[in-house]
Design a protein around this ligand. Structure first.
Ligand code: GUN
Ligand code: ZN
Length: 426
């Protein structure tokens, strides 16, 4: 179990002490909550009245947290040959137009949640499309499964095909209806979701700021500084802005619970302001490589005290597996002559993501009182995993091997609020 983020931020041996691992352990759960975690034989099995579920030699981890993902892009994954702006025009916008059809949206939401759970991701910050009903059906499906999810209707009133445009007034009203209906209902939360600066007029960004003023505990979720052509375009559309972040910030959109995906090409002022404003970053390494966007400077985020979580960012990302995203995060650091330690990487995928989403009092590790969302990892899921893990001496090495070699096949079961919700067919 990963503990205090400040401890983890320290190096070397302090890192191991910030992680609790029981080679043979026990997790005591009641009413969907963690009561305690400890060595086997000390908790549940000491009390004969309790139901005991034996997971054998599997590894139990907190559910993964995906800090940036587009459910409507499930079927856009692996679309060839373009970088961000062309990829949006060619593949994404035509696909998102299909979500005007509520039945299509619902069946995609169902498939997305099924896949997400099979991959061991129990919480995500999720883009819908511009259509209100895309988010309405998404929340309905999450509620049925009792999931902790954050989502929002995309705001975009310019520079997209006509069929995908809202207006500052309609985007504001539609978001408000969704916030009133879903924000804080069970474990669901709302994110005001302007797509990115080029597709919102200043009037729309102001309306997004108004929503944040009216509902201070909702989220803000958007993209920023992903691609050089995008950044150039933003400077032409907003000539008065000091930099990209200033476009959002000048409309009151940079604050606690604001999550900016990518943040690859930031200026020093932007790093500093992100830190001061309490904003978070979603690091989307597989997407950043797939679209050729660039290498995220994780060390700069740490220096600026900015919470960072991992994002799969499908359809630009190449899979929903957090193991896959951790693998790409490690390689991104290698390309910058830095090593991302296995525990730091696991932290980004769990407790770090919870901190970035301001949910670390509820999820992210097995601290008593947190929600019992966890996954059961089969350490012999594939022949190569089994062989390589047999040689892994420490938990750090095991985590590293999993991050490098594992995928959804290793996620045997996904448990939500102490109940098994998803199980991989053998
Ligand atoms: N920037 C604006 N929209 C998108 C999107 O859908 N995906 C990614 N990766 N970047 C974006
Ligand atoms: Zn994205």
């Amino acid at each position: 179990m990963l503990k205090d983020p400040a401890e983890l931020a320290a190096s070397g041996s302090a890192e191991s002490s910030a992680c609790e691992y029981f080679p043979s352990g026990e997790l005591l759960i009641a009413d969907g909550e963690i009561i305690a975690v400890g060595p086997r034989g000390t908790l549940a099995s000491a009390d004969e009245a309790l139901e005991v579920v034996d997971h054998g030699s599997s590894l139990i981890l907190p559910g993964f947290i995906d800090c940036h993902v587009h459910y409507p892009q499930l079927d856009v994954i692996a679309s060839y040959g373009e970088q961000l702006l062309e990829w949006l025009d060619r593949y994404v916008f035509p696909e998102e137009a299909k979500f005007a059809d509520e039945d299509f949206a619902r069946s995609t939401a169902q498939e997305f949640l099924k896949e997400l759970l099979l991959n061991g991701t129990t919480t995500a910050l999720v883009f819908g499309t511009v259509h209100s009903q895309s988010v309405e059906v998404f929340f309905q499906e999450c509620e049925k499964r009792r999931l902790r999810m954050i989502a929002g209707k995309v705001l975009m009133d310019r520079n997209v095909p006509e069929a995908l445009r809202d207006t500052p007034a309609s985007g504001y009203e539609d978001s408000k209806v969704l916030i009133e209906r879903w924000h804080g209902r069970g474990r669901l939360r709302y994110a005001v979701t302007p797509r990115f600066a080029p597709t919102s007029s200043p009037e729309q960004l102001a309306a997004a700021g108004k929503l944040l003023d009216e509902y201070p505990d909702v989220y803000l979720h958007t993209h920023m500084s992903e691609n050089q052509n995008e950044i150039q375009w933003v400077s032409e559309l907003f000539p008065e802005a000091k930099h990209y972040l200033d476009v959002y910030d000048s409309h009151g959109l940079a604050r606690r619970r604001s999550v900016f995906a990518h943040c690859i090409h930031l200026q020093q002022d932007e790093w500093a302001r992100l830190g001061d404003s309490g904003s978070s970053i979603a690091f989307c390494p597989s997407s950043n490589m797939f679209l050729g966007s660039g290498l995220f400077a994780l060390s700069k985020a740490k220096q600026s005290d900015i919470p960072v979580g991992l994002g799969s960012d499908i359809g630009a990302g190449t899979g929903l597996s957090c193991f896959h995203t951790m693998d790409a995060a490690y390689k991104t650091q290698q390309l910058q002559q830095q090593s991302l330690s296995p525990l730091q990487n696991l932290y980004l995928a769990t407790l770090g993501g919870a901190v970035a989403l301001d949910l670390d009092d509820k999820i992210g590790n097995f601290q008593a009182g947190k929600e019992a969302d966890f996954i059961v990892i089969d350490l012999a899921a594939t022949p190569s995993l089994k062989r390589r893990l047999a040689r892994a001496a420490t938990i750090e090495e095991k985590i590293f091997v999993l991050a490098t070699l594992a995928d959804d096949r290793a996620v045997k079961e996904t448990w939500i609020l102490g109940e098994k919700l998803s199980e991989r067919a053998r």
